[in-house]
Ligand binder design. Structure first.
Ligand SMILES: Cc1cc2nc3c(=O)[nH]c(=O)nc-3n(C[C@H](O)[C@H](O)[C@H](O)COP(=O)(O)OP(=O)(O)OC[C@H]3O[C@@H](n4cnc5c(N)ncnc54)[C@H](O)[C@@H]3O)c2cc1C
Length: 393
């Protein structure tokens, strides 16, 4: 068995970018990309926004067309899950029993949405794959109604898309504020008001305890006894990292595959994208980030490490994400936290646009902005400067 290939497990955003970046770094050896999905090339952010709304055609959802993929000269094993890894022998096992030897292995298996048992009726919708968006879109009509469980980004984006199409939307959230963990109470509160003005009904501080199917729709019971009914149900309560196949491999898993500061999991084993947990030098702790941009930055970094063309410093890109809801573009750079002090840079939280920084012990750890791209970049520079300052011995 020859160990000359880079094997990439997961061929979506992080896996694809790793393969491309390897070629960009003039790595000429074989690349094998394995993905459990038959078509991992679909980009996910539009699935809760413009693709769900029907304003972006299927073709535009593709990260790359076939010709560009072919140009990479990689082998794509699609519809094939990796079921095991043996780092000592440097092989991975596929679902059909085949083994692949690797020179270097890249774990880029992302996350999958959680469906709690109490909510698991056959008609419940989850949103991760194109087929999920296609199925959910069948309810996107003014005469339909949707219950969303979970007021995180995906839940709120879908709520906005459905309300914009005229559907009735209820959002159930266990915490007191939407997006509390992601952006804190003040910005979460501002987003709540935007949704309420658009007609979304929130049930905050409430747990959904059971779901039953009723005719063509669903009935959801909350922990205060309230009962909501709608044509469709979206469960968007979080996700689990794709690490089941690492069981028995000896590689460390703790809410993600655990890597060092160089995104290295073990000798010849690297990780990139939503699945990896690593010590972020600027955060001062280990993090796992589910953001589109971070997945790409990590893929490029890992490719440099494998090709021997860079990645000597630990991976320290400042996390960035965006979210589109109605006519608002939310952008966040850095490490927002619920207990930080919010300092406004421009506007106020109920204005059409604003920008603010999160201060922890007087230092900016994150910047948030709505419809304010210029201020958010200025804020990003400040966050980078202040976090780096803190790092100095
Ligand atoms: C609906 C939605 C909206 C989003 N919107 C935004 C946004 O607005 N802004 C933002 O910053 N981020 C957004 N994101 C997050 C962003 O899409 C992710 O950060 C990004 O997809 C991560 O890429 P990845 O390659 O790490 O993982 P994924 O895209 O999840 O790809 C992982 C791949 O690994 C494959 N795989 C898993 N296990 C195995 C196995 N054992 N064997 C073989 N293959 C396997 C899967 O089939 C999958 O193709 C959104 C995500 C979703 C779902």
């Amino acid at each position: 068995m020859s160990h000359d290939a880079v094997v990439i497990v997961g061929g979506s955003l992080a896996g694809l970018h790793t393969a491309e970046a390897l070629r960009g770094e003039n790595w000429t050896g074989p690349i094998v990309v394995v993905d459990a999905d038959d078509e991992p090339r679909f980009d996910r952010p539009p699935m809760s926004k413009e693709y769900l709304a029907g304003t972006v055609p299927d073709q535009k959802l593709l990260l790359r067309d076939r010709a560009r993929l072919d140009g990479l000269g990689a082998t794509w094993l699609l519809g094939q899950a990796v079921t095991a890894v043996e780092p000592a022998r440097r092989v991975v096992r596929l679902a059909d029993g085949r083994e692949l030897a690797y020179a270097d292995l890249v774990i880029a298996t992302g996350v999958s949405p959680i469906l709690p048992r109490a909510l698991a009726v056959p008609s419940a919708h989850l949103l991760r794959r194109k087929a999920d968006a296609d199925r959910l879109r069948q309810h996107l009509r003014p005469d339909r109604s949707l219950i969303v469980i979970g007021a995180g980004f995906i839940g709120l984006e879908v709520a906005a898309t459905f309300r914009a199409a005229g559907a009735r939307v209820d959002v159930v959230e266990a915490l007191a504020t939407p997006l509390l963990r992601q952006v804190g109470p003040q910005v979460g509160g501002a987003l709540r008001r935007i949704h309420e003005r658009a007609g979304v009904v929130f049930h905050l501080g409430r747990q959904a305890t059971s779901v039953t199917e009723q005719g063509d729709g669903v009935a959801v019971t909350l922990d205060d006894g309230a009962r909501l009914t709608a044509d469709a149900l979206l469960v968007a309560v979080g996700s689990v990292p794709g690490t089941a196949f690492l069981e028995g491999s000896g590689l460390e898993v703790a809410d993600g595959v655990v890597a060092d500061g160089h995104l290295q999991v073990a000798p010849y084993v690297h990780a990139a994208g939503d699945v990896v947990r690593w010590p972020h030098p600027l955060a001062g702790r280990s993090v796992r980030i589910e953001h589109w941009m971070t997945a790409i930055e990590q893929a490029k970094y890992v490719a440099k490490r494998i090709a021997g063309t860079g990645g000597d410093e630990p991976f320290a890109a400042l996390p960035y994400f965006w979210s589109d809801q109605y006519d608002r573009k939310l952008q966040v750079h850095g490490f927002p936290s619920a207990d930080a002090h919010l300092e406004l840079l421009d506007g106020d939280l109920d204005a059409d646009r604003f920008a603010a920084v999160y201060l922890v012990d007087g230092r900016a750890t994150a910047v948030v902005a709505v419809n304010h791209p210029r201020q958010v970049l200025a804020g990003r520079r400040r966050v980078l400067a202040e976090l780096a300052l803190q790092e100095a011995p």
